[in-house]
Design a protein around this ligand. Structure first.
Ligand code: ZN
Length: 375
């Protein structure tokens, strides 16, 4: 039997792997940081044996409440990711599964690899009115890719949608894929209308290095990108620095920052009520946007979410807060679950790439309704 994780997005440390019924593993910390929760590894040589895989440091992870009611995903083909029986005993996370094939992958959520990222943006470039632009280099020298959709014009609303500042939240990039594929569909009237009347600035993966490294929250130097928006450093957090520079150049009328939440089994948005310049106008825009999304997608709801900030206490190091404050525009953090949407659960797949993509595509119906109000 052999357990490996030395591939794109891989994360695990092997403690004991001599027999399938007693596999003990540990999740590795983020590069130069103490966060950990993301795991992704391959097991070979256990076909037909009931495997008991213990992640022994689960209770010390960044969000231990994330393991309650959680089921790991597994795949034989790296395309279909199904849920497997998983139990948290308050200390270890135990995955119980009998692989049907000689090689099987297990992960925290269906991964979205760098190769998939490159294929997605280059496919998009071949569709009408989408352009790839390199904004700068990551810490490890990879391109920070911006996809611009719609003809650039001073008068059209500028819509920024970013994903995966936290690399261990791949549902955010699945969301982007659903949104980008829909925008590129020339038979979709909502997409056609939006490309004629708005400009989309899309960053499908803000943290390429962290994604490849198998990190949960940080870039290659151990920085949490979603805490440095008020003062990004071109040397240590270039991913935020260059995207922010481009925002300052284009202006922003609407910003969505896409994430995954370890704990809550729902999709939700966080309000900007705590930013210093929050106004009646911004409150109205938030309410209309969220109400519209609830009507459009049963996967969106406003009952469950984070507690709102007190007025004036928002952390402007967070992307949606800094953007809302700086551009006086509607700006939201969007969260999807690792577990499932408990309002509409899927017993086989849980929250999945397919659901994330459909959810990403659905936001275009909301944006088309809000277009004359946000600009
Ligand atoms: Zn996040």
């Amino acid at each position: 039997m052999r357990i490996t994780s030395n591939f794109d997005g891989g994360n695990i440390e092997v403690i004991i792997a001599e027999s399938p019924e007693n596999i003990k593993l540990a999740i590795r910390k983020d590069t130069r940081a103490n966060f950990f929760q993301w795991f992704f590894f391959r097991v070979e040589g256990a076909q037909g044996f009931p495997c008991r895989i213990s992640l022994v440091n689960a209770s010390e992870s960044s969000y231990p409440e994330g393991w309650i009611g959680y089921r790991a995903v597994a795949s034989y083909d790296l395309v279909e990711w199904f849920r497997v029986p998983t139990f948290f005993n308050g200390k270890e996370l135990n995955i119980n599964h009998m692989p049907e094939y000689n090689s099987v992958y297990y992960a925290y959520f269906a991964p979205f690899t760098y190769q998939q990222h490159l294929e997605m943006i280059h496919k998009a470039q071949m569709s009408r009115q989408m352009v790839i632009e390199n904004l700068g280099q990551t810490v490890e020298g990879r391109n920070i890719d911006l996809l611009t959709a719609g003809e650039v014009s001073e008068t059209k609303p500028k819509i920024w949608i970013l994903a995966r500042q936290h690399p261990g939240e791949p549902m955010a990039e699945w969301f982007m894929q659903g949104l980008i594929e829909r925008l590129g569909n020339t038979n979709d009237p909502v997409a056609c209308y939006l490309l004629d009347h708005a400009i989309f600035y899309l960053v499908p993966n803000m943290n390429i290095d962290g994604s490849i490294l198998g990190n949960l929250r940080c870039n290659a130097l151990g920085h949490n990108l979603n805490r440095v928006w008020d003062n990004p450093d071109p040397e240590t957090t270039p991913e935020v620095y260059y995207v922010r520079q481009k925002m300052l150049e284009t202006g922003v009328d609407l910003c969505l920052d896409i994430h995954g939440d370890e704990g809550l089994p729902y999709c939700f948005a966080t309000s900007n009520v705590g930013i210093p310049s929050f106004s009646r106008r911004l409150a109205m825009l938030e309410k209309e946007f969220l109400d519209a999304w609830k009507k459009i997608s049963p996967d969106f709801q406003t009952e469950h979410g984070y507690e709102a900030d007190k007025p004036g206490t928002a952390n402007l190091g967070i992307c949606s807060k800094w953007v809302g404050e700086n551009f006086d525009c509607l700006s939201l953090t969007i969260e999807m679950p690792f577990k499932d949407n408990n309002n509409l659960p899927d017993s086989h797949y849980g929250w999945s790439p397919g659901r994330s993509k459909a959810f990403g595509a659905s936001v275009l119906n909301v944006i088309v309704q809000m277009l004359d109000k946000i600009g």
